[in-house]
Write a protein that binds this ligand. Structure first.
Ligand code: B16
Ligand code: MG
Length: 218
């Protein structure tokens, strides 16, 4: 194992609650109810694709022009940015800081494969930017998760083969993306959602360099 590619939301920190709150506020404004169950479908999905799913849910996919949709996505993102303003290292999920330290000590490369365009800002707020050798820019990708492009690009940026990487994800679309990239996948969460992962662990606290290496070499 030469590199680990991390998803951000749900693996490194829990920004999902802020995404949910911001989409819910937009939904209320346009008369579409977003509940927690529906919100699951938005995890790991890009901003534009999330908005399209929300409009489809409300049968409003043809109700707005492209300019209006861009304005709605911007409005959601502006609210999201105010919600994440106060994030700090205390918002790192359990075990993540220790895992990053272990990987660094073993000279294992670290990359970010998040669909979020706010990824670099959030890494800064968590004070972990310096651990990351590479960050994939999701704005430059043709296809979002579950397409493998984001994880394949991450491996290319790190200069390693996909067979030398492990990908870590909390969303089903993300696990599918890692698997389609022919990488070993670790799912964090419930096996019923992430059953296709090479290995599923219930919590980020279970993620150690030793576990990742064991799963990779199996
Ligand atoms: P942004 P991940 C994803 O992050 C979130 O899970 C998803 O809910 C969000 O819509 C997406 O990022 C885009 O985020 O609006 O900040 O560009 O799980 O891929 O780290
Ligand atoms: Mg995620």
């Amino acid at each position: 194992m030469k590199a680990v590619l991390f998803d951000l939301d749900g693996v490194i920190t829990d920004t999902a609650v802020y995404h949910y709150e911001a989409w819910k506020a937009l939904g209320t404004k346009i008369g579409i109810d977003i509940d927690e169950e529906f919100n699951e479908q938005l995890k790991g999905v890009s901003r534009t694709d999330s908005l399209n799913l929300i409009l489809e849910k409300g049968n409003k996919q043809n109700a707005y022009t492209e300019a209006e949709k861009t304005a709605m996505a911007t409005e959601k993102n502006d609210l999201y940015k105010t919600l994440i303003e106060k994030m700090s290292p205390a918002d790192l999920l359990p075990g993540i800081k220790n895992l990053l330290d272990e990987l660094k000590a073993k000279d294992i490369l670290i990359g970010l494969a998040s669909a979020s365009q706010n990824g670099p800002v959030i890494l800064d707020k968590l004070q972990i930017t310096n651990y990351f050798n590479e960050i994939v820019d999701p704005a430059k990708l043709k296809a979002g998760k579950p397409d493998p492009e984001i994880f394949v690009t991450g491996a290319q940026q790190l200069g390693v083969n996909v067979s030398e990487c492990v990908g870590v994800e909390d969303a089903a679309a993300g696990v599918d993306s890692i698997n389609a990239a022919n990488m070993v996948s670790i799912g964090v969460g419930e096996a019923k959602n992430l059953g296709k992962a090479t290995k599923v662990v219930p919590s980020t606290a279970d993620l150690t360099a030793g576990l990742l290496e064991d799963v990779w070499s199996e």
